[in-house]
Design a protein around this ligand. Structure first.
Ligand SMILES: [Ca+2]
Length: 459
């Protein structure tokens, strides 16, 4: 069937050369566990020149949020354009095929419009979760942790946990993200030769644990200058339901099975995270250089996005899996040569908004099942505020963001059993839970009602 669509499309292009310059390609770059601790957000801690340059070519969403802070569920929600509920997109192994098999997912949408659709490395969390790729490619790897050091490989061979980081003097292509960038550039060459529009989804797996990166990226940082966050303990006022045991990190060697990570190891982990982001940034550079050299940059929309946030000891937590902002906020850049450049917007974006945005940017109709809204207005007028709300959930915790208020509620049998409210105007680090403060009782009541109303708008 895909060839039929392609033939129709190529015929249309041949008879109307004007169309050729108006059909836009999409390069969709998803970076696993990338939190927005980037220069483009004024953080100045991580060296990421290629992400900086991409930001300068498009619109940076200062307030972008995932809808569910766990890999598999977040990706399934983004790719279907549907919000998570109590019955779908709940965990890391959530599957589109199981939870929402009948909706047209984003890859299918482009395929049906005659695009070549390619997925390189981690886009869906589980292989073959959707059947809409012309090519779904994964690098060959002995295990997903992609260790190279003898020490880690020996531990793994003994069925023991390896370390949560690895510093090896190897070329970029020794790890799978380097291979992913090179394979993606080969795809771009093929698209160029074929002349057909493409939806190329490239999923980089760092900075997901373990923080394996070539030595040159570790060498960019002085560990002594790395500091722990100001909110490095769990807030006394937060409900225990907001807490978690960060089992994802505890599974690694030299991470304590209970209690906090010692400061020296915490700094090593943060160092490894930074090195991993710089490594991925270099791969993004390879990809965009390839696109530019092939003359495809002008006519290609680039989306760069993370699948959820990450705690690097913020709130005394590690990894994702919480309703704190640090687990919900993601970096998002959308670069379209016909729209704003080097601009920031405060208009809120949710990951469910990406699918309808790409429909509009590529002049296609939005499928009726989509539950997000197009961000094109914000791309056209980044200084205006078009959206002030977002909704996310992690297990039973539901977070409603309204302007600067972050309200989370956990329900049992339809009744709120725990609540959390932070006002980012005065408390951006989410230290003082205001949910039980009598002064905020009417605010809490109003937000709780809004949360319920929001949920009635979709299922
Ligand atoms: Ca992830």
């Amino acid at each position: 069937m895909k060839y039929f669509f392609k033939i129709i499309l190529l015929f249309t292009l041949a008879v109307n050369s004007q169309n050729q310059s108006t059909i836009k390609n999409v390069l969709f770059i998803m970076v696993d566990d990338l939190r927005p601790e980037l220069n483009i957000y004024g953080q100045n801690k991580i060296i990421s020149p290629n992400i900086d340059a991409l930001g300068a070519s498009g619109v940076i969403f200062d307030r972008a949020y995932c809808n569910v802070p766990v890999c598999g569920a977040s990706r399934a929600s983004l790719l279907t354009g549907m919000r998570p509920t109590a019955n779908r997109f709940l965990t890391y192994h959530s599957r589109i095929k199981k939870d929402m098999p009948d909706v047209v997912n984003m890859a299918q949408y482009f395929k049906e419009r005659g695009y070549s659709t390619v997925s390189n490395n981690k886009i869906t969390h589980i292989k073959n979760d959707i059947d809409s790729w012309d090519d779904e490619w994964y690098p060959k790897v002995k295990s997903w942790r992609d260790y190279l050091s003898e020490e880690n490989l020996n531990l793994q061979a003994l069925n023991k946990a390896g370390y949560a980081y690895e510093n090896m003097d190897v070329p970029d292509s020794a790890y799978i993200d380097g291979q992913t960038a090179l394979k993606s550039v080969e795809d771009l060459k093929k698209f160029k030769k074929e002349g057909s529009p493409f939806f190329l989804a490239v999923g980089f797996v760092k900075p997901h644990l373990p923080f394996n990166a070539p030595k040159k990226y570790w060498d960019l940082y002085d560990r002594n200058s790395i500091s722990l966050p100001v909110n490095a303990t769990f807030p006394k006022s937060a409900p225990q339901r907001a807490n978690h045991k960060w089992g994802e990190l505890r599974a690694y060697a030299d991470i304590p099975k209970k209690g906090p990570v010692p400061d020296l190891i915490a700094k090593k982990l943060i160092h490894g995270y930074y090195a991993s982001v710089s490594y991925v940034d270099a791969q993004i550079g390879v990809l965009i250089k390839g696109l530019t050299e092939l003359g495809l940059r002008e006519n290609t929309i680039i989306v760069l996005v993370g699948d959820h946030g990450w705690s690097l000891s913020d709130h005394g937590l590690w990894a994702k899996h919480s309703n704190f902002e640090v687990a919900l906020q993601v970096p998002l850049i959308i670069s379209d040569s016909s729209l704003s450049k080097a601009a920031h917007t405060n208009s809120i974006a949710e990951l469910v908004d990406i699918y309808p945005t790409l429909c509009e940017l590529t002049a296609g109709e939005s499928p009726s099942h989509l539950q997000g809204s197009s961000l094109v207005s914000a791309l056209e007028s980044p200084n205006k505020l078009f959206k002030n709300k977002a909704l996310a959930r992690y297990h039973k915790g539901e977070t409603l963001i309204v302007d600067k208020l972050f309200y989370t509620e956990w329900q049992q049998k339809g009744k709120a059993v725990s609540k959390m409210l932070y006002d980012h105007e005065t408390d951006p680090n989410e230290i003082n839970n205001l949910a039980n403060d009598p002064e905020y009782s009417s605010t809490v009541k109003a937000l709780s009602q809004q949360l319920e109303q929001f949920k009635t708008t979709f299922n």
